[in-house]
Write a protein that binds this ligand. Sequence first.
Ligand SMILES: Cc1cc2nc3c(=O)[nH]c(=O)nc-3n(C[C@H](O)[C@H](O)[C@H](O)COP(=O)(O)O)c2cc1C
Length: 191
Amino acid sequence: MNLLELIKTRRTIRKFKQEPINNDILIDIIDCARLAPSASNKQPLEYIVVTNKNLCENIFQNLRWAAYIHPNGTPKDYEKPVCYIAVLINKNRLTKWTGIDAGLAVENLILAAWAYNIGSCILGSVNKNNVKIILNIPDEYELDTIIALGYPAQQSIAEDNDNTVEYYLDENGNMYVPKRPLNKIIHFDSF
Ligand SMILES: Cc1cc2nc3c(=O)[nH]c(=O)nc-3n(C[C@H](O)[C@H](O)[C@H](O)COP(=O)(O)O)c2cc1C
């Protein structure tokens, strides 16, 4: 897949095969996040990779999946992520653009994962206090998001639709994600 196809076909995945991800791949994915643009080049982001089964289960208990289709978007035991990456912000390296830094790094991360055929879900709905304890995250770090990873066990398809923002599942467990049509969001020369 070339880069444009990769960007256009990446969708959030919430059902995963129970197949481990090679450590070198996980490291390479984080290398791609590491090289993202960063305001003033402060590079405030650090990462914890979690593959240990007990830790993964503890983290799972502190996440909220797919609010629009709850509880049907929550992975069953045989569909759970095989890896989580906790995205941390070093508070000693903050700028007013730190949120953008995080977004850019996370996008690099999930696209790199997709380049390896690995599906991902960004999780912002996280019980951060609990996860900070589970992962021993020091006080000078903020927990930004958790990225769930694994080889996909569902398909997710983008559909042009400006009438709703709510994704839905079909009877086979595949996901359909409305995206605003190009002609509704693009303006040439003036608004
Ligand atoms: C900042 C951020 C936080 C998100 N938090 C959650 C979450 O807590 N739980 C979840 O199931 N999905 C979460 N998502 C995934 C979105 O629901 C998903 O990106 C959106 O529905 C669009 O689907 P797509 O990624 O396939 O294009 C989050 C995405 C972003 C960018």
